[in-house]
Design a protein around this ligand. Structure first.
Ligand code: LIP
Length: 263
């Protein structure tokens, strides 16, 4: 896995240059409110799939900008070519490339690359989490001093009221809120201690698969979609995501439970 991660690091940097060099890529609407794909998303996704297939010929792919089959036990790359597409379209420099590798339906490797800050977040299951090679760890901030990153799932208007009700409880019970617009980078912020809690009521597997491994390998706790029968984490289902340092996790989970935000 270390050798594969090294190759993926170089590949993500190549893909990051496509992002950084194409801030005005044509954008096209997708289903749902305020949901778009750009020509750069497609170009990055094609590059990643082509090069990752060369590295792992037996691999399958779950990717945001394609029709996807079921997640199988085979090695599967779960890809968001540009997480934070709206930020990318507005040249806000808060977007990332997110790649996870699942084997037997469990994520074993995660990579999130922010080309604007040249920050390469990586994690191997059981091997810890790193940023540019240096170990990272969640913060030890208590709940009442927590910086809470959040997502608003704008393409699903039915979640708007509940999202803001949850946000109100965090704003009045914890420290303050931040809405950056990239779930992958929000999760990396929790993993490296720049934020203490992150929640979003609905995310897709490509948004969260790499980032949740970053958080758990950095000592944090995560709630994500689970199989109702086995209780196993599901990397092929959209759903609510909560990530937090251990000091904040139970308080944060209580707020989401009070608003029936967890499946
Ligand atoms: C984005 C997420 C973000 C969410 C946005 C969007 P995308 O991913 O990272 O947290 O609130 O609506 O889903 O679509 O830019 O890859």
């Amino acid at each position: 896995m270390e050798a594969l991660l090294k190759s993926m690091d170089a590949l993500a940097r190549r893909a990051g240059r496509i992002m950084a060099d194409a801030p005005n890529a044509p954008a096209h609407p997708k289903e749902g409110h305020y949901n778009f794909v750009t020509d750069a998303d497609i170009q990055v996704q094609k590059l990643l799939i082509s090069e990752l297939r060369a590295l792992v010929p037996e691999a399958e792919f779950l990717a945001e900008e394609q029709e996807n089959q079921r997640l199988t036990a085979k090695p599967t790359f779960i890809i968001d070519p540009i997480d934070g597409t709206l930020n990318f379209m507005r040249d806000r420099h808060c977007s990332a490339i997110s790649i996870a590798l699942a084997v037997d339906k469990r994520v074993e490797l995660g990579l999130v690359y922010n080309p604007y800050r040249d920050e390469m977040f990586t994690a191997l299951r059981g091997g810890g989490a790193r940023c540019n090679g240096a170990p990272i760890h969640v913060s030890d901030k208590p709940f009442d001093l927590a910086m809470v990153a959040m997502g608003t799932s704008p393409y699903n208007a039915s979640l708007a009221r509940r999202t803001l009700d949850v946000a109100y409880d965090f704003l009045t019970g914890a420290g303050d809120l931040r809405r950056m617009g990239s779930a992958a980078l929000d999760l990396c912020d929790v993993a490296c201690g720049r934020a203490d809690i992150y929640f979003e009521l609905q995310l897709s597997p490509w948004d969260f698969s790499a980032g949740v491994l970053m958080v758990t390998e950095a000592g944090g706790n995560v709630l994500m979609p689970r199989d109702a029968e086995t209780g196993m984490n599901r990397f092929d289902m959209s759903g609510c995501i909560l990530a937090a340092n251990p000091e904040c996790f139970e308080g944060a989970r209580g707020i989401l439970e009070r608003h029936d935000a967890l499946e």
